[in-house]
Design a protein around this ligand. Structure first.
Ligand SMILES: Nc1ncnc2c1ncn2[C@@H]1O[C@H](COP(=O)(O)OP(=O)(O)OP(=O)(O)O)[C@@H](O)[C@H]1O
Ligand SMILES: [Mg+2]
Length: 286
């Protein structure tokens, strides 16, 4: 396998059970997924279906109860510089400047100072944040912080980028801009991405392929190819091809969300209990 084709992630028959005895939770059941080198793959599914658990296993933060996760054929046992991770919550070090945050992984890898600074500045330039290199994270907006989080994850030249709802905390407009920035950066870096989102439009816009998970215990319910051309543009979101895919995914997810909550709510709950609340509001029925 040559350098250009690295970054092949494979999860084979992954099962995860948390706790023991009465407190046991089967979070993930027999999940097999792949991310090909340079491929952008999203994982979507109802809350609590095990998406973050799977990503943590690929990141090396957690271990499966059954099955195995590999990167380029080698079992993943712990975190490594060849896998960059970006979470929803901004995980920048508040006491370091923006540039020092980006340099952090390179410093840990023993890269000399001059090389660290030039790499960090190049990446910050790509993300449009060079003017803020000496600012501290608290002085930046949420969108800026998350761009720095992505840049920091890319600084050590990982083969795989693992992202867990990275734009979940951003407003719609910022989010749309971040999606375009991410597709552009991904095209330049040509790395494999495993991306978790609750936003179905976002998953279609960004991905080559999407795995839909069932409600807990999470299994793979469907695997959907996204045949839209690259580069992706905002205008594509209005095409029939795009909206058809979104529609298809939404109905798959709705089935699962209802399955997940339906057992708790029952049919009356899903139907809003059929209650007439009336002009007096909720006081009328309590
Ligand atoms: N460390 C843990 N100990 C016990 N149970 C856990 C642990 N981590 C996750 N779980 C349980 O495993 C299931 C899957 O959790 P996970 O966080 O992977 O879901 P998710 O798909 O990422 O959900 P969300 O979309 O809400 O982020 C949940 O039922 C959760 O309560
Ligand atoms: Mg999660």
């Amino acid at each position: 396998m040559n350098g250009a084709s690295k970054g092949f992630v494979e999860c084979r028959n992954i099962g995860v059970v948390f706790g023991s005895g009465d407190a046991q939770t089967e979070a993930v059941k027999d999940v097999s997924i792949t991310v090909q080198p340079n491929e952008f793959v999203s994982l979507i599914g109802p809350s609590g279906c095990g998406k973050s658990t799977l990503l943590s296993i690929v990141a090396g933060f957690a271990h499966p109860t059954r099955g195995v996760a590999t990167l380029d054929g080698v079992e993943i046992r712990k975190p490594g510089a060849e896998r960059g991770v970006v979470f929803q919550q901004y995980s920048l070090f508040p006491w370091l400047t923006v540039r020092k945050n980006v340099e952090f992984g390179l410093r840990m890898a023993g890269v000399p100072s001059s090389k660290r600074i030039s790499s960090a500045r190049t990446l910050l330039g790509l993300a449009g944040l060079l003017a803020f290199e000496n600012h501290y994270p608290d002085q930046l907006s949420g969108g800026m912080k998350q761009r720095i989080g992505i840049v920091r994850a890319l600084a050590t030249s990982p083969q795989v980028l693992l992202m867990d709802e990275p734009f979940g905390a951003l407003d719609t407009q910022t989010r749309a801009v971040m999606q375009e920035i991410l597709t552009n950066m991904w095209q330049q870096f040509r790395i494999s991405v495993l991306f978790i989102t609750h936003d179905i439009e976002e998953s279609v816009f960004l991905s080559d392929r999407i795995y839909v998970m069932t409600s807990r215990p999470g299994r793979i319910k469907a695997e959907i190819q996204v045949p839209l051309p690259r580069p992706r543009t905002a205008a594509m979101t209005d095409t029939k091809e795009f909206t058809d895919l979104v529609h298809q995914l939404k109905s798959l997810i709705r089935e699962e969300s209802l399955a997940a909550m339906g057992s708790e709510l029952g049919p009356e709950g899903v139907a809003g209990f059929g209650m007439e609340v009336g002009p007096g509001g909720v006081n009328n029925i309590l």
